[in-house]
Ligand binder design. Structure first.
Ligand code: HEC
Ligand code: HEC
Length: 388
């Protein structure tokens, strides 16, 4: 994407957003009249805030292009075996279809690889941390973490950078992207470039977006009914998956998450009757040490969700239908094995996971709505694909 296109899209998004917002004010409707199910559709107030870009890493076409190349670069892993894109494939909205992914040395990741759809807007990053807050900071983690090893370059950074510096095009691309810095091929600059590319992973061209923009035919009648259910009290989906990205929480539409309300326990586990999670991953508690944070994870974006199975932080739910059944039951029942327990009875479960009736036509409607969030353009666009 060149600078003009970037500016055009940012401008178009902002203008479009402002127009929608003003329109909704003119209509003057308050969401939430029980006589009228459509009045719960808070997405009519949806708008896309300006792209958050940190002042110390301004977006430039040169940096975005370099970041794209690095994102697909296997030489960024210790033994040249995997790239960021190995676990974050464009065709799957930047996930990899596995519950756990293999790192450079074959060790499996503890968690499910996350979609990078509109990741620029996520004020907190990874499944359960309130301290990882920038893409620059996050990109260092897969490169250097050791338990388990993902790309495995800790202690070998110089070797990896020398490998890049041995290539003429990289020397030129780094010099173009980082005019003022010498040497230009540094780990910091790798992180700045990767984060710049990630900020361009923007997806606003799904049937649902076209519907919101006024094309009534973009959603089937079934998907339109699913949309109403999604936003209705009782289902509560939009209480946690809200805003233009389906992950903001009400009141935090400014492009940054309010971390105090970004994490929830959805009743997936209850291995000891006290709301316990499997010892290998207990959620936000691991970072904060607060007992009430056991099993709390970030509500992820639902954009492109039909492409990103399996689901949840540990990939333990295989299909969208199973995710909906979990919510309908008000928590997951695991009948046997070391994780047996009834998630519905978890004392740590969010009060918003109350369960609901799910007759087959409502299930089909919700699935049709979730499928309407798939942006085919995003997963095939050349400017996000491997440049090599
Ligand atoms: C071996 C597989 C693997 C590789 C390689 C990998 N990732 Fe990831 N990625 C994951 C997993 C697993 C998570 C979830 C981590 C967690 O929650 O602890 C994740 C999470 C993320 C997130 C957080 C998204 C969000 O919304 O919170 C970003 C951003 C990201 N990865 C970018 C990258 C970049 C950039 C690279 C290359 C430098 C990379 N990843 C390499 C598996 C991988
Ligand atoms: C209390 C907040 C909350 C409510 C209500 C809620 N979700 Fe979620 N949702 C989450 C969280 C948190 C996760 C991640 C949980 C995990 O990984 O353990 C999640 C995960 C998901 C996923 C899997 C995402 C992925 O990338 O793996 C889907 C799909 C989903 N929710 C859809 C829905 C639908 C549909 C509804 C309404 C029926 C709903 N959610 C209601 C918080 C919520």
């Amino acid at each position: 994407m060149n600078r003009l296109t970037t500016q055009f899209w940012t401008g178009a998004l902002v203008l479009g957003g402002v127009a929608l917002f003003v329109l909704s004010l003119l209509l003057g409707e308050e969401p939430g009249n029980p006589e009228d199910p459509d009045s719960f559709l808070t997405d009519r107030l949806m708008y896309v805030p300006p792209l958050p870009v940190p002042p110390d890493n301004p977006l430039t076409p040169q940096k975005i292009e370099l970041g794209r190349r690095l994102f697909y670069e296997e030489d960024l892993s210790v033994n040249g075996s995997i790239a960021c894109a190995t676990c974050h494939e464009q065709a799957r909205a930047f996930t990899d279809g596995r519950a756990h992914s293999a790192g450079a040395t074959g060790e499996l990741t503890r968690r499910n690889a996350m979609s990078l759809t509109n990741v620029a807007y996520n004020g907190v990053l990874t499944w359960a941390s309130d301290t990882v807050v920038t893409l620059e900071q996050q990109a260092l983690m897969p490169l250097t973490l050791e338990h388990p090893v993902e790309m495995g370059i800790l202690g070998k950074e110089e070797t990896v950078l020398a490998r890049l510096a041995a290539e003429d095009d990289y020397r030129k691309q780094f010099a173009d992207a980082f005019l003022a810095s010498n040497p230009a091929i540094t780990l910091d600059n790798v992180l700045l470039a990767l984060a710049s590319f990630e900020r361009t992973l923007l997806s606003y061209d799904s049937p649902y977006d076209r519907f919101l923009a006024g094309d009534e035919d973009a959603l089937s009648a079934e998907a339109q009914r699913g949309r109403v259910l999604f936003f209705s009290p009782g289902f509560n989906c939009s209480r946690c998956h809200d805003g233009h990205n389906f992950r903001f929480t009400p009141g935090t539409r400014q492009g940054e998450d309010d971390t105090s309300v970004a994490f929830h326990n959805t009743g997936l586990y209850n291995i000891d009757g006290q709301g316990g999670l499997p010892p290998e991953d207990r959620g936000l508690l691991e970072v904060t040490g607060r007992p009430e944070d056991m099993g709390r994870f970030k509500a992820p974006t639902l954009r492109n969700i039909a492409l990103t199975a399996p689901y949840m932080h540990d990939g333990s739910v295989e299909t969208l239908e199973d995710v909906l059944r979990h919510y309908a039951r008000g928590g997951r029942m695991i009948e046997e094995g070391p994780y047996a327990g009834d998630g519905r009875q978890s004392p740590l479960k969010s009060e918003l996971i109350g369960g609901f009736e799910l007759p087959p036509d409502d299930l089909a409607a919700l699935l049709a709505f979730l499928e309407s969030l798939t942006d085919e353009h995003f997963v095939t666009r050349n400017d996000l694909a491997d440049p090599g």
